[in-house]
Design a protein around this ligand. Structure first.
Ligand SMILES: [Zn+2]
Length: 376
């Protein structure tokens, strides 16, 4: 699977209306139907939900954060348990990031050189070093189905020179990562940087494609730039990626972002938004966003979303969820997270069936038309 001549991706249907497509990504722990959303499980858990909840709400694959697992509980411990799947009792595919994004977020605690990233733990200040080869080897120990290369993150805004230098370093690290890919069948995705410069995005994409990765990710987007610029950069990158491999937009985004990016040919997404916002009392619904603490819901007997079939909406009212949230009850986080993740997963399922029926544009129109009336 790690030869540049083979791809884990099977195209099922290419939309006749736009770049949207449906496919399958084959991994060691099973097949993923795309387009797909991956709930984020930072510390070997998707916060506030069990693996059984995740299966019930339709999650096909989750994401684990290498940086967090690397510093606690450590690669050796997870390896002793036979990898992340058995450690956390999740049997379906897992994608792990390389740790690059978190290390760059440490800013003063991190130093980037040609060799890799030296950094101090945000927990106790202890020193670590991660080279591109180390990042692959840690992910090999974690046993993830899809591994990501170590890349450099480019802030927004960034000068052309800064962007060129960081993108070139990412490409050199990509070459070293590719050489370190194990023969275990674990997939390795390259990451296209290039900031907000379409020609640099194109060059970065072409260089990565020449190295031959299993899939390709778009990095450095949703970092504060205007939405239109993010969509333009997505378009400018996707058109230079091979259509017979999966395409993953990292760290994105809102329901609108998912619809717009699937329209532009993206297959895979991850974002903390559904779970983080759930814990802050914000629910995503087919009509828009619902802030559960608002007093208008004090005696509202309706479920959060009358069109939703999740466990929360089938059993609980807005009034009860508001009460739990106001009391800071643990169950509030669980029920809100189940609903938001179900919303994201069923949004993707809706897009998949619309693509198969060549009706994605009308799906997109309906999606926006329903959201005009916000229940807030
Ligand atoms: Zn629901």
């Amino acid at each position: 699977m790690n030869s540049s001549n083979t791809s884990p991706f099977t195209l099922l249907h290419q939309s006749r209306e736009c770049r949207a497509r449906c496919g399958i990504v084959n991994t060691l722990h099973g097949r993923i139907r795309t387009p797909v959303f991956m709930p984020v499980g930072t510390q070997a858990t998707v916060k506030a939900v069990t693996p059984e909840d995740l299966e019930r709400l339709g999650a096909q694959i989750i994401l684990g954060n290498t940086y967090h697992l690397f510093i606690r509980p450590g690669r050796q411990l997870i390896k002793q348990f036979g990898g992340l799947h058995s450690f956390m009792n999740w049997k379906k595919p897992i994608l792990t990031d390389s740790g690059g994004f978190q290390i760059f977020s440490l800013k003063k605690l991190a130093k980037i050189t040609e060799d890799g990233a030296a950094f101090r733990s945000h927990l106790d200040g202890s020193k670590f070093f991660l080279s591109p080869e180390d990042a692959v080897s840690v992910q090999e120990d974690l046993g993830s189905d899809i591994m990501m290369v170590l890349d450099t993150c480019i802030p927004w805004p960034a000068s052309r020179e800064e962007t060129e230098n960081a993108t070139a370093l990412t490409e050199r690290w990509a070459m070293r990562s590719k050489a370190a890919q194990p023969a275990s069948g674990q997939l390795l995705f390259g990451i296209v940087q290039g900031g907000m410069y379409p020609d640099l995005r194109r060059q970065a994409a072409e260089e990565l494609v020449a190295l031959g990765f299993d899939g390709y990710a778009l990095g450095g987007l949703s970092v504060g730039e205007p939405k239109n610029q993010m969509y333009d950069m997505t378009e400018a990158t996707v058109q230079h990626l091979p259509q017979n491999h999966p395409i993953y937009l990292m760290g994105v985004g809102t329901p609108e972002d998912l619809v717009e990016s699937v329209y532009r040919g993206v297959d895979m997404f991850d974002c903390v938004m559904p779970t983080r916002n759930a814990r802050n009392g914000m629910l995503f619904t087919s009509q828009g966003r619902l802030v559960i603490k608002n007093s208008i819901y004090r005696d509202d007997q309706r479920p959060p979303d009358e069109l939703c079939g999740c466990y929360t909406c089938m059993n609980y009212s807005r009034a009860y969820l508001r009460h739990l949230f106001m009391c800071r009850e643990i169950l509030a986080y669980q029920l809100n997270s189940i609903h938001n993740l179900h919303y994201y997963c069923s949004l993707m399922a809706g897009m998949r069936s619309a693509i198969e029926q060549d009706s994605f544009l009308s799906f997109r129109d309906t999606f926006y038309a329903m959201r005009v009336q916000s229940p807030e």
